[in-house]
Design a protein around this ligand. Structure first.
Ligand code: PSV
Ligand code: MN
Length: 393
């Protein structure tokens, strides 16, 4: 099936019209490495300004209508007011991300801490996040725990799983109708000996025990080198337990670089499994979120670039000739099957995406449109004073 075929182009564009990519509030703020934060000009000073930037990304790309919040980084007095502001800007508030990893009390863990008082504090924060979801009308609570140990014998591995299960249960039971708990896993860091939710299997087992409102979120940066992420996507989708993605790129560990920058082929393979599982449609309930930090590159264009990278990988995945692939697979035609996939991957989909944007009333080149917009000069001037938002803000 070729891209030049009119019905294929229409089918691909129709599917792309339904795609939604959520950008993270923290990607608009200052961030850095363990060694240094390099502040940038024009960076938002509060959640409202982060939302204004996210709205700019949506205006230019047309496919990023929601922005994820991270609590307490995005704590405000009035979440309904923040939601109204977002709506006025043309976007909505998305997932609520909890943060039980930046308080001194959590040195030995949050929900798995041996001290019941610290566990209570951590669980209360998770419950507070659900309260916020009620006010922001958010569907998803995204949980990532930095919990783990550094030394053999430091704590009881099995007891920590019990504590984790108890905290997840209490949080799960607080969820309202239409709300979900997305459990994120990460191989290591900041703990280096054991991590309490180190992999998709652990996350899956806890979600299975919790029930239908609990699903796994795949952060593409959180795996060992060489891990076949598309296998995890296929497995979890089949099991009805894939809740979404935190997209980013890694060369080494949790680099948080722009999605599709390090390995666009991997991103294509992931998106192919999504298409294969008919999970691109918003009704399929997969949250396509970015979780990135732009430490040395300008932030808004980097986020636009990232959104476009996801779109390009998706377009290529949609171009895979499913019938030809199935026929080759059935016939045991190894090279033929591989060629079907590679043909789609090697297709230049940028003209098709430009055409789609024009049909949607957008500029065909969002990067160039941003450069021309004057938005950066405006925010650089408007946001000259005050305290810039960052990881600790
Ligand atoms: C942890 O590395 C993580 O991926 C989680 O999603 C956090 O909420 C996020 O990064 C913070 O940037
Ligand atoms: Mn993440």
């Amino acid at each position: 099936m070729s891209q030049s075929d009119a019905s294929t182009r229409d089918r691909v564009k129709q599917a792309l019209r339904t795609q939604r990519i959520e950008t993270p509030s923290w990607a608009y703020a200052n961030s850095g490495t363990r060694f240094k934060v390099f502040p940038q000009e024009g960076v938002p000073r509060n959640p409202y300004e982060k939302i204004a930037d996210a709205a700019m990304v949506h205006r230019l790309t047309g496919v990023a209508p929601t922005v994820a919040l991270h609590i307490p980084w995005d704590r405000v007095d009035d979440y309904a007011d923040l939601a109204t502001y977002a709506a006025d800007q043309g976007v909505a508030l998305g997932a609520i991300n909890s943060n039980v990893f930046q308080d001194s009390d959590y040195k030995l863990g949050s929900v798995t801490n041996p001290d019941p008082g610290v566990r209570r504090k951590a669980i209360d924060h998770l419950l507070e996040c659900v309260d916020i979801m009620d006010r922001t009308d958010s569907r998803d609570l995204k949980l990532w725990f930095s919990d783990g140990t550094n030394y053999p014998g430091q704590d009881d591995i099995r007891a920590r799983q019990d504590r984790l299960a108890a905290a997840l249960r209490e949080t799960y039971d607080r969820l309202g109708d239409g709300q979900r708990l997305l459990l994120e896993y990460k191989l290591f860091e900041p703990a280096f000996y054991t991590t309490d939710v180190p992999d998709w299997g652990t996350a899956y087992a806890h979600c299975l025990e919790l029930g239908p409102k609990a699903q796994v979120v795949i952060d593409t940066g959180h795996h060992a080198p060489g891990t076949n992420i598309e296998f995890i996507v296929a497995f979890l989708l089949r099991a009805g337990k894939l809740g979404g993605f935190d997209f980013n790129s890694r060369f080494y560990a949790d680099d948080d670089l722009m999605v599709g920058a390090a390995d666009p082929f991997q991103l294509f393979r992931i998106m192919y499994e999504i298409v294969r599982g008919d999970a691109l449609r918003p009704e399929a309930g997969i949250a396509f979120m970015l979780d990135q930090c732009h430490n040395i590159e300008p932030k808004i264009p980097a986020i636009i670039r990232s959104v476009l990278n996801v779109q390009e990988a998706t377009a290529k995945a949609l171009l895979v000739d499913a019938d030809a692939l199935a026929a080759a697979q059935q016939a045991g035609d190894v090279l033929g099957a591989n060629a079907v996939l590679m043909d789609a991957y090697h297709t230049d989909v940028r003209p098709l995406l430009a055409e789609l944007r024009v049909e949607l009333g957008l500029d065909p080149d969002p990067m160039a449109a941003y450069a021309r917009s004057g938005y950066f000069d405006r925010i650089r001037a408007e946001r000259a004073g005050g305290q810039q938002a960052g990881w600790g803000a």
